[in-house]
Design a protein around this ligand. Sequence first.
Ligand code: KIV
Ligand code: ZN
Length: 515
Amino acid sequence: MSVTKQVTIFDTTLRDGEQSPGASMNLQEKLEIAQALIDLGVNVIEAGFPIASPGDFEAVQQIASNFRGAQICGLARSNDKDIDRAWEALKQSQDPRIHVFLATSAIHREFKLKMTPDEIIARAVAGVQRAKSYCDNIEFSPEDAARTEPDFLCRVVEAVIAAGATTVNIPDTVGYATPGQMGRVIKNLVDRVPNIDQSVISVHCHNDLGLAVANSLAAVQNGAGQIECTVNGIGERAGNCSLEEVVMAMRTRSDVYDYETTINSKRLVPTSRLVSSITGLEVQRNKAVVGRNAFAHEAGIHQDGMLKERTTYEIMRPEDVGFADTDLVLGKHSGRAALADRAKQLGFTLTGEQLQSVFEEFKKLADRKKEIFDGDIAALIDHEILGISEEEWSLVSFKVNLDYQMPPKILLTLEKGGEETTVEQAEGSGPVDAAFLAVKQITGVEMSCKEFHVRSTSLGYDAPGEITLEAEHAGQIYRGRAISTDCVEASIKAVLNAANRILAANRKSVNASEN
Ligand code: KIV
Ligand code: ZN
């Protein structure tokens, strides 16, 4: 009789995921995602790389202190300073894990580290021992393991397990491996490392060739007991193994992959939406499992088949991954309880105060829009809960004059600390550009717009527009986002959101240098 094996899901959305260009998140956003990951049922949350920045440190510390229900992990290079800092951030956790890494491949040894194989082993062992002096749960990653000579990889793995590593993670750092090869890398360790049974083998695949999910599955079939992945597959360059895809592959093809996870699959779509909305990284429509088209049937022959028997063209049920049965939900007469219930199904647990503020905005939206869809509600909640945390300036009013082929004119009033400031701006290539200039003039924030996206939050000509933009200030990119049924209003609020983030970041760095 075969016994179904449990595979640990190690989520690194907040660490490797955050390394996606343009995806950096503020503290409030990271806490929101950490809660969603707990609700999703992941086993380990890699909350950040504490030595990388004060912001990373604070996020790991807050997550470690406030979240229960998953192990909380912090990343460190294999040196005392990194490991001490990681522990400082993690020590309040009920279930902490320190993740130490050091590159092992010949390319990294020769060009990046300039170290001999023996020096690498000594440094790796010292790192694990240092981490072990703080806690029991230690993961070690030989970075670029998939391109490391198999014999040397065995030596490293044996040495770090002897030093106390409870998980050895095998990264395909550059996404170069193929499924057959990844399977062999793991099998080689299982067959040849004498103390391998004292540690869990993990796999961490990047997606440069689009093989991260396939490679992770091959690793599991050959003995790995942990998969490292991210929501929506976000991460460095082409990203990491996608959590929703790898979990649903194992669940849907349990005849091939006889493994279980603790993931509540109904939370996959809400979590995907939340991560997309926070990071500004849109999910492609045809993305497996969570894309908008993943369960949409267009061809007549498919629709006909679906009506006769769903399984003719569907291998998973949309409701099992968290798509709502019907997208059309609330209207003008819906009450607070219905809104709270819908919000919950979409992945948000609102406090009484948050519910009240979202409800007020919902009523305003319902006055302007007949049918309110899930996308509208998710966008409203995001905006209300996540957008307000660091707002210094807020919009009071604006008036735009537009004449054909004439520069637009905007009269903009913003408020800060009870005081209002008004400017009139009569320049810019369009109303959005004029608004950008006016916000810069009032707030005094120097920034230039690098990306600007407009997206409808749901269906219908009256659907609110969601504006997301990236503004550059002092060499750094800051995101701004807002929604409104009026695109000019949403644009002004999105620019303001970016300006407020810049001001908050500047305040933090002044405080840090004063301390
Ligand atoms: O891709 C990689 O090698 C990593 C390690 C730090 C695990 O992210
Ligand atoms: Zn990685």
